[in-house]
Write a protein that binds this ligand. Structure first.
Ligand SMILES: Cc1ncc(COP(=O)(O)O)c(C=O)c1O
Length: 374
């Protein structure tokens, strides 16, 4: 038998999320609601559907491997040079390319934990050491479950090639503020690349949470990751981008690009989405209003929910996470458990969120009924 690399053998097997159609069939209901993957509930933008139809007629050709039109559109939008921009097959692929381009065995990759589940895997595949710095569970000057940037800066050593700061953080939804992030960037050595992962940037409403692309300017060791999967509604097409102050970062990341992995359809759709940015802004405002309603409704039920700056909320239910997710699934609601820590719930439509809240009430009632009478 041919053995995979030990680092790969040690990786957890891929575990797909629940499919709503399968779940609905299994429990005998018409429809299950999926609030597990942080997608937006809106259908694709009309301009995207049109662009896809037009591009479909050319799919006998390879896509433009340099994604020139999309790269230019992004450069114009953010007032940077196209040489500073790289597109990728989802931001996840860009995460992987960053680790491949910067992490040799013997180096390290640092990040907060709990954060985006991909980060530890990046280190493992690269044969690099993962430096995980716990979130601050409770603090007087900001939301609970936030990055501890002082500890993260202190944990970086001369082996650390890349440090991820997920802002807002997946899965807690919490965000770090300008002053602390600037102090962190000042403290990180020039030999460590800081990647500000802003997959959820478009949902940020706190004016004190900085725009990474603005912070990046003048800082050659800072790169920003964004995606079309969330606010822009293109999760099924797989396209993200990375902008860095120093074009050398783009040169390095392009070297590990899987050729043609940003499809022609993805490029056409992303360009059309960027041209519809007013519509996207209105959709984000609707998601934010619903996020705030959902947060208030959860707090009314006694749950200690931190302010989220993303399109999901975090229920810090600890040991009950797996059980709560299973009980919600039995009521046709799919959420994302993090065993022993909490449950992440994506903001859906008002109707979907009402179905979730009703299911949650039923689960809480059952739990109360099961308690011994006092
Ligand atoms: C923090 C974070 N970064 C990056 C990504 C990757 O997004 P995509 O590969 O869909 O562009 C996600 C997706 O869930 C995420 O939560």
């Amino acid at each position: 038998m041919v053995s995979p690399r030990p680092a790969v053998q040690a990786l957890p097997a891929y575990k797909p999320g629940r499919n709503p159609a399968d779940l609905a069939r299994e429990i005998g209901v018409d429809r299950a609601v999926k609030l597990a993957s942080n997608e937006v509930a809106f259908p694709p933008l009309p301009a995207v559907v049109e662009a896809l139809a037009a591009a479909a007629a050319e799919t006998n050709r390879y896509p433009d491997n340099g994604a020139v039109v999309l790269t230019r559109a992004l450069a114009d939008r953010y007032a940077v040079d196209p040489a500073q921009v790289v597109t990728g097959c989802g931001a996840v692929m860009l995460c992987q390319q960053l680790a491949q381009s910067y992490n040799d065995p013997g180096t390290s990759l640092a990040f907060a934990w709990r954060s985006f589940e991909m980060y530890p895997l990046l280190a493992q595949v690269a044969g690099a050491r993962a430096i995980q710095v716990p979130l601050v569970p409770d603090r007087s000057d900001g939301p609970a479950d936030t990055h501890d940037l002082d500890a993260l800066a202190a944990a970086i050593d001369d082996t650390t090639r890349v440090v991820f700061v997920c802002n807002p953080n997946n899965p807690t939804g919490t965000a770090v503020r300008r002053a602390e992030l600037e102090a962190f960037l000042d403290a990180v050595p020039a030999s460590t690349l800081v990647v500000l992962d802003e997959a959820y940037r478009e949902f940020v409403t706190d004016p004190d949470v900085p725009d990474g692309i603005e912070l990046m300017r003048g800082r050659p060791n800072v790169a920003v990751l964004r995606t079309f999967s969330k606010a822009w509604g293109l999760a099924g097409l797989r396209v993200g981008y990375r902008i860095a102050e120093d074009p050398a970062v783009a040169v390095a990341v392009r070297k590990t690009h899987v050729p043609f992995s940003v499809s022609m359809l993805a490029q056409a759709a992303a360009v059309a989405a960027l041209a519809s940015d007013e519509e996207v802004r209105a959709r984000c405002a609707a998601v934010v209003a619903e996020r705030d309603r959902l947060t208030a409704a959860l707090r009314e039920r006694g749950l200690d929910v931190s302010d989220s700056q993303a399109n999901f909320v975090w229920l810090p239910v600890g040991e009950q996470a797996t059980e709560l997710t299973a009980a919600l699934e039995a009521r046709a609601i799919i959420t994302r458990p993090f065993a022993g820590e909490g449950v992440r719930v994506t903001v859906g439509t008002p109707q979907e969120d009402d179905l979730f809240l009703a299911a949650l009430d039923a689960v809480l009632d059952d739990a109360r009924a099961a308690l011994p009478a006092s």
